[in-house]
Design a binder for this molecule. Structure first.
Ligand code: SF4
Length: 286
């Protein structure tokens, strides 16, 4: 018998008493939820959990409403929240406490501009912690000692083209599972599956002003979602100074220039790393 792998846990452990799907309401987690609804991936999850940062584009909330409407998913979707990340950023510019987003900084050092990136705390604060709290509540573990074996299986919608984002659970009472990777499904395969089954293409999910956006993502926002773009430009201006513990000026775009002045031409994409690749534990952007 093969040794159990932290990346491909047994799916039939009778001690698992709760299966939850971490729903980001993007392409991959939507596909996973609908494949479960079709009985293609199993056993059927008990529920899905969406962690709301309060700053997703309107299209994501509309898509979530559709997913939660009758006759789409056979299991409930719980929405959890640790506050509104945009409002918290506004407070942070007045010196308040903040869970930092991975924004870019520009500071002068010996006459030269130094560009840096702020350590990211937002995924943990706005997604991992509220989901964990809800999972423990649903599993009857609130204010209880954790069992020394997995009783919860969490499904994460990472696709086969993003395996670097797979991280085993740090909790002994929970095991993570990546059914799309098990099935070798890429993001493109997810889109094809949705299309074959007549489902709408989900929007890209992530905070409106997430500094991890690629230029292609910023461009699409600028050209196709005027409301989100105006909001991101406004927040970018708002966070320039005043954030506690940050030296230099703060920007949402990796060029460390005002967002509405960043070069978003396709030529500027050349050689650009996709920062989602090995970040975000599969909680954001899926
Ligand atoms: S989408 Fe970006 S800003 Fe929002 S929680 Fe994730 S990493 Fe942070």
């Amino acid at each position: 018998m093969n040794a159990p792998s932290p990346f491909f846990p047994a799916t039939d452990d009778p001690r698992i008493r709760l299966r939850i799907l971490s729903l980001g309401a993007g392409v991959q987690s939507t596909t996973l939820a609908l494949m479960a609804a079709h009985g293609i991936v199993g056993p059927m999850p008990d529920c899905a959990i969406f962690a709301d940062t309060g700053w997703e584009p309107r299209a994501v909330y509309e898509h979530l409403d559709w997913l939660m409407s009758p006759n789409v998913l056979p299991f409930p979707v719980h929405i959890v929240s640790a506050g509104n990340i945009r409002d918290d950023l506004a407070r942070a510019t007045q010196g308040g406490r903040w869970a930092s987003i991975p924004a870019f900084t520009r500071a002068e050092q010996r006459g030269k501009a130094q560009i840096g990136m702020i350590r990211r705390q937002c995924t943990k604060e706005y997604k991992i912690v509220p989901i964990r709290r809800k999972v423990r509540e649903l599993a009857g573990l609130t204010r209880r000692r954790s069992p020394d074996h997995a009783v919860v299986e969490q499904w994460i919608g990472i696709s086969a083209d993003e395996v670097l984002r797979m991280k085993p659970s740090f909790e002994c009472w929970q095991v993570n599972r990546w059914p799309l990777v098990e099935r070798h499904m890429s993001r493109q395969d997810c889109l094809a599956w949705l299309q074959r089954h007549g489902y709408p293409e989900p929007p890209k999910s992530s905070c409106v002003g997430c500094p991890f956006h690629s230029d292609a993502m910023w461009r699409a926002m600028r050209d196709e979602d005027a409301e989100a773009w105006a909001d991101a430009v406004q927040v970018d201006r708002m966070i320039r100074t005043g954030l506690r513990g940050v030296r230099g000026e703060v920007y949402l775009h990796r060029q460390a220039v005002p967002l509405d002045r960043a070069d978003l031409s396709t030529a500027a994409d050349h050689g650009q790393l996709d920062l989602w690749g090995n970040e975000c534990e599969g909680m954001c952007g899926v």
